[in-house]
Design a protein around this ligand. Sequence first.
Ligand SMILES: Cc1ncc(C[n+]2csc(CCOP(=O)(O)OP(=O)(O)O)c2C)c(N)n1
Ligand SMILES: [Mg+2]
Length: 672
Amino acid sequence: MDIQSLREQHPDHWKKACAIRALTLDAVAAANSGHSGMPMGMADVATVLYEKHMVFDAQSPDWPNRDRFVLSAGHGSMLVYSLLHLTGDPEFPIEQIRNFRQWGSRTAGHPENFLAKGIETTTGPLGQGLAMAVGLAMAEESLRARWGAKIIDHYTYCIAGDGCLMEGVSQEAIGLAGRHELSRLIVMWDNNGITIDGKVALSDRTDQKARFAAAGWDVFECDGHDPADIDRALTEAKASKGPAFIACTTHIALGSSAQDTSKGHGALTDAKLITDTKAAYGWTAGAFEIPADIKTAWETIGSRGAEARKAWDERFAALSDSKRALFQQQFSCEPPKKLAAAVRAVKKDAVEKMPKVATRRASEMVLEAVNPIMTETIGGSADLTGSNNTKTADLGVFDPINRKGRYVYYGIREHGMAAAMNGMALHGGLRPYGGTFMCFADYCRPAVRLSALMHMPVVYVFTHDSIGLGEDGPTHQPVEHLAMLRATPNMLVFRPADLTETAEAWEIALSEKATPSVLALSRQNLPAVRKTHTNKNLVAQGAYVLEEATGKRQVILIASGSEVEVALKAREALEAEGIGTRVVSMPCMELFARQDEAYRRKVLPAGAVRIAIEAGVRMGWDRWLLGERGREGKDGFIGMSGFGASAPAERLFQEFGITPEATVAKAKALLG
Ligand SMILES: Cc1ncc(C[n+]2csc(CCOP(=O)(O)OP(=O)(O)O)c2C)c(N)n1
Ligand SMILES: [Mg+2]
């Protein structure tokens, strides 16, 4: 449909949609950067979606049962900001639009979930939004089964661009959604045939509709500018049995001289282009001005869901006190009071029995105690359930016939799993954890990074955390991964040494509200290193003195995870020769860095030579060796400096020199 007939046939719709387009043009021009074409092209779809379908209350953007809207094509952020401003979200007065992309504004270059309640999720890295939308829809299914449709019952809508569909993560997400028959998920494809380099055809000829259908989706299409056709497609999509994919044929940068070209993708800032485009729209209001009748019409849309929200409030208030309290506890990521006692019981038992177990098995033992008392957990693995030890007996399997199941078989989809976990955490009410081999942290890294950026307390169960996995060889042996994960801001990386430390690490991870955690766990059995019970969570300090030097302290050995055993054996040998040696267990560098100087100084006093032992690369260890009162030339590192190899684990530790003997030799050399 051409602009002229649209204006004539749907004048009210046209004005509302053009409010989005005008705000986009004005904001991008003021910022002198941004992406105009996508919001201009998808304004009609968004207008119909918000006017006729989305159930939300602009005054209550964090209402738990709202429909979720994810703009996967995050570069079109002005679409989200326009909708928030127009519908009357209190956090988005016009000043926010004027300050698009400026320091301190909520209207950042790409949407950031932590800047405003009304922004469902951070997007920008293409494909992530689509994959998170799958997680949001999984969370909705899970919570509807648990709480009943009176409490949770909503749709998840997602706008995805050509780029989102080309990114690999989309395939993982599409497969997951199809398998789980997520009928409340509706993805609207901005099918404009354009990306940055030019036409999509330059690089792709995929039949997207056939692709989604092949994965079990119900497929629809519409003219993405005709409001009646959009409404029809959305109505049909909502009634579909499977997840719905709507191919919306659109024109990027509609109505401008850049329409249907890659120039329309980016910032349209040319004054004449803007004037001409507004004239083509019949838009006569000044910059950042929305005529009162159009703003009122949008605010009516914004309050359309207010009654539904109030009715929900009443239904929620009618729940028993204990159910309401549980809902609030789980949606606020508050750990249950019982968690501390459950962890304490595991720790007491551990010190009594001193089991020699792999920390991946220790993690399972902790989960066996925790999952029954924390029903908000939802576990899973990317096809390594038996290796990651992520499934406990009580969970049940999440699938279309058992939505109450709390274990997800994600398939071989590390990236899709991590993004889905982000979506579940964003939804609220669930605490996702998921496993894979630590080496494949690389396969889900973009979503892991978003967990941290978005403040999502997701838990990554990364097992097989070093050459200690043995025969599978260097493709499977992480070497640089701990450094990469530790380099990620707002992330806690735990590498516990035994069952006690694993229990303490889980307690912290499950108490976090805004920080994801990684548990780096061994494949191989490890001896118990904590010999006495204390109620106090020692891992919470990041590092602590595990064994003190007898006599004059000459050496400090700092180790994590499986190498704590190496350090303890080296200490024995050094002590036998009269060399006083302290062993510091350092399961979490980030938490140790947060301790005050006095505590850090107590654990790592000056004077002694320091050796760190970890079966990974040295990067990240220098702060604890040379910084913090360490001395150049009096420091050593026992670890990896290249890739591993395929052989039994014991042989590998020998060959790569990560042994008590090598540690003793290094200590003596440093002592001179
Ligand atoms: C993972 C990732 N790679 C690259 C980019 C840079 N980028 C932003 S938008 C875009 C083109 C996307 O094309 P499309 O989704 O069709 O958006 P449209 O041009 O239609 O607005 C690219 C390559 C990105 N944001 N994320
Ligand atoms: Mg495109």
